[in-house]
Design a binder for this molecule. Structure first.
Ligand SMILES: [Zn+2]
Length: 322
C-alpha cells in the first residue's frame, strides 16, 4: 500500500471519527432509547399482565436496578416480589392470579429522615398479544407504560449517581396494572416499608409523547388540586400543571389510586394527549417522541431530588382525599 493512500485513509478515518463523535447522543438519551426499545420491542410480545413476557420485563428492570446500584427490596434478597393470590376481578369475580412487582431501594442518608419514603412507580405490563389491527397483533405499550418505566429507571440512575438523599427512595415497577392493579394490591398488603412512612408517591404513565393540550415542555399531574404536592413540585422547578382532561378521570386510572385510597399522597405524572394509538398495537417505538421524553424525564430530576432531600410533607386539600 502506497504511503499516499495510507495518509488518505488515515485522514478519512480521522474525519469520520470526528464527525461521529460530534453527533453522538448524550448518555441520558442513549439509556432512555436503549431501555425503551427493549421493553417495547416485539420480542417482549406486549408484556401481557401476569405473563412470562411480564416476567421478562421484570427481570430486565431488576437487572438495570442492580447495575445502577439500587438495593433490592423484593423477596429473599432479590428485586422481584412474587405475587400469587386470589383477587377480585372486575366483572369476573374472584380468581387466582400470578404476577410480580420489582422493588428497589435507595436508603436515605439522614438518620432522622431515612424512615420517610418517596415512592416512584410505573407499571411494566401492557396488553400482550391480541386482536390484529392493520396486520399487527403485538400491543407493544411503548408509551403505556414502557415510557414510565424508563422514567423511573432514569430517576434511579440520577439519584444513585450522587450522595444519597436524606429520605429513602423506593423504586417500584408494578405488574398487572392493566388487569385491575393486582400488583399494587399485593404491594399494599405486603409493603417493604410501613405504609405510614410513605410520604408521597409519583406514578409515571405515558410520557413518551407530548400532549398538545398543554405547553410542549409541560407534564400534567392527575388530581393536581387534591393535594399540595403538585403545586410544591412546580415551585421547585417541575413543569407540572393540572390534568387538562378531567372528564377522563385519570387520577382513578392508574396504580396511584389504590395507594391514594390508603391515604398515601399519590398522583400520576403524564403527558398523554389522548392519542389514537392508546391500547392499540400502534402504541410502539416508532411513535415515541424521544426528544420530548428525554426533556420530560430531565424536567423531573431536580424536583424529585428536592423532594427526597426536603422536610416537606404533602397533605390532602380538605375534602379532596379520595
Ligand atoms: Zn398505563
Amino acid at each position: 500500500m502506497a504511503i499516499r493512500i495510507k495518509l488518505f485513509l488515515f485522514c478519512s478515518l480521522f474525519c469520520f471519527l470526528t464527525a461521529a463523535s460530534t453527533e453522538q447522543p448524550s448518555a441520558d438519551s442513549r439509556q432512555i432509547r436503549g431501555a425503551l426499545e427493549f421493553l417495547a420491542s416485539d420480542a417482549m410480545q406486549g408484556r401481557g399482565s401476569g405473563s412470562h413476557d411480564e416476567l421478562l420485563a421484570a427481570t430486565y428492570l431488576a437487572s438495570q436496578l442492580r447495575e445502577i446500584g439500587i438495593q433490592p427490596a423484593g423477596d429473599d434478597g432479590g428485586y422481584i416480589q412474587n405475587v400469587s393470590a386470589e383477587f377480585d376481578f372486575y366483572r369476573e369475580g374472584k380468581k387466582q392470579w400470578n404476577t410480580r412487582n420489582v422493588i428497589g431501594k435507595l436508603e436515605g442518608r439522614d438518620e432522622k429522615m431515612k424512615d420517610q419514603v418517596i415512592l416512584l412507580t410505573a407499571h411494566m405490563d401492557h396488553l400482550g398479544v391480541g386482536k390484529p389491527v392493520d396486520g399487527d397483533n403485538i400491543y407493544n405499550g411503548a408509551d403505556d407504560d414502557a415510557s414510565g418505566c424508563v422514567a423511573v429507571l432514569q430517576l434511579a440512575r440520577a439519584l444513585a449517581r450522587e450522595k444519597a438523599p436524606k429520605r429513602t427512595v423506593l423504586f417500584v415497577f408494578f405488574g398487572s396494572e392493566e388487569t385491575g392493579g393486582q400488583g399494587n394490591q399485593y404491594f399494599l398488603q405486603h409493603p417493604p416499608v410501613p405504609l405510614k412512612n410513605i410520604v408521597a408517591n409519583l406514578e409515571f404513565e405515558m410520557i413518551g409523547r407530548a400532549d398538545t393540550s398543554v405547553k410542549p415542555d409541560e407534564l400534567w399531574l392527575t388530581g393536581f388540586d387534591r393535594s399540595n404536592l403538585g403545586p410544591e413540585l412546580a415551585k421547585h422547578g417541575a413543569k407540572l400543571v393540572a390534568d387538562p382532561h378531567p372528564q377522563q378521570h385519570f387520577f382513578q386510572r392508574s396504580d396511584n389510586y389504590a395507594l391514594a385510597k390508603q391515604g398515601i399522597i399519590a398522583h400520576t405524572v403524564s403527558s398523554f394527549g389522548l392519542h389514537k394509538d392508546y391500547h392499540r398495537p400502534s402504541d410502539d417505538v416508532a411513535h415515541i417522541d424521544f426528544n420530548h421524553m428525554e426533556e420530560a424525564i430531565h424536567s423531573m430530576l431536580g424536583p424529585v431530588k428536592w423532594l427526597a432531600d426536603s422536610e416537606f410533607k404533602p397533605e390532602w386539600v380538605e375534602g379532596k382525599k379520595p
